[in-house]
Design a protein around this ligand. Structure first.
Ligand code: BT5
Length: 323
């Protein structure tokens, strides 16, 4: 942690309390003048402090900015979210996370940005990522699992995002196979999983997560406004994005550790319980095939099973599913 992060953690651990310059300088291992300089820098970043002689500093307002310090302060996970690379503007967080992973970034590293100018979805589709309103982030993980199981990571991520949304906002979210999170009939989050592997070994996965957090209707272009929504539009309240990300990191780590020890069963159960897909009549478009039928379940590997009119059950590994 750098000094700014240590200072923010101290205020995070003592909400609403004054902390003296002396105490901060001891915690940070630097002079009181250095503490003052860092507090001034934090002020430039949008933090507001009350400073009272003899009592010290008290944090009044933390901005809704996705800085590394804001996300790591007080985050009690072992690895997920413990390293954060935060940018103001990027083309897409995905290639940056891939480069970081290739250079050896630790498992759990998050790469995020306030604005993506070329955010991407699956199959080269665009992901609209306007400034400051969303959570546009890529998570690096290095699971020791065989290649065919990697799609399960998308489902595990969807379950973790859905749980975070439910607990942070109370909104009733549903998961559409394989990678969309919906509120009502509108998409609030998309997930894009990219893989780096050698014949039978996963080097790393980069899981891109896009969540419309504080967007208002005018933030969406016309074509998207019909199919997309945000947590703020649905709940009527703006969301503290950094705390949301912290909660996501906790849930993801819990789910991921359980998965690595015990396998896919719990994710499958949670996914099915919150699914928007199971039980529905669906149109499935894979690269090579078009299929209609009822989505009946996930199999034990996370593959979608669709029963057609003739009663034949098809396994769908990768596709777009429409209703
Ligand atoms: C996805 O693709 O849903 C995956 C989206 C992943 C985005 C994250 S953000 C962080 C990381 N960095 C990136 O560059 N990407 C990842 P797909 O299932 O192909 O859905 C794409 C479709 O969703 C588009 O064709 C639009 O119809 C729609 N869409 C685009 N932007 C949207 C938005 N902000 N909200 C809801 N729907 C959107």
């Amino acid at each position: 942690m750098n000094i700014k992060q240590v200072i923010l953690k101290a205020f995070h651990d003592h909400p609403g309390e004054f902390i003296s310059g002396e105490e901060l300088s001891q915690t940070c291992g630097c002079s009181r003048t250095a503490v003052w300089k860092h507090i001034e820098e934090l002020r430039k970043d949008g933090y507001e402090f009350e400073a009272v002689r003899k009592s010290g500093y008290r944090l009044l307002i933390a901005p809704d900015r996705l800085s590394a310090a804001e996300i790591t302060a007080g985050l009690d996970t072992k690895r997920i979210g413990q390293q954060v690379i935060a940018h103001d503007e990027v083309v897409s967080t995905q290639p940056l996370a891939q480069e970081a992973a290739a250079r050896g970034a630790k498992e759990g590293t998050l790469v995020l940005a306030e604005l993506q100018t070329g955010g991407k979805g699956r199959l080269g589709r665009p992901w609209h990522s306007p400034k400051g309103t969303g959570i546009w982030m890529s998570l690096i993980i290095r699971p020791a699992i065989p290649l065919p199981k990697t799609p399960q990571m998308t489902l595990l991520t969807a379950v973790s995002v859905a749980r975070t949304i439910r607990e942070e906002t109370g909104l009733p979210v549903k998961i559409k196979w394989p990678n969309d999170i919906f509120i009502g009939d509108k998409k609030v989050c998309g997930i894009l999983t990219e893989l780096n592997a050698e014949s039978d070994r996963v080097n790393y996965l980069v899981i891109g997560i896009g969540i419309n957090a504080n967007s208002v209707e005018e933030d969406f272009p016309q074509d998207l406004a019909k199919i997309a929504t945000s947590l703020r539009i649905e709940s009527g309240q703006s969301l503290k994005r950094a705390s949301f990300i912290q909660q996501f990191c906790r849930f993801f780590e819990e789910e991921y550790d359980y998965y690595l020890e015990n396998g896919f069963g719990r994710v499958k159960q949670e996914w099915e319980a919150h699914s928007y897909t199971i039980g529905r009549w669906v149109n499935v478009q894979t690269i090579s095939q078009r299929l209609e039928g009822r989505a009946i379940a996930l199999d034990d590997e996370g593959v979608l099973m669709v029963e057609d009119q003739a009663g034949v059950v098809h396994k769908v590994y990768s596709a777009d599913v429409n209703y």
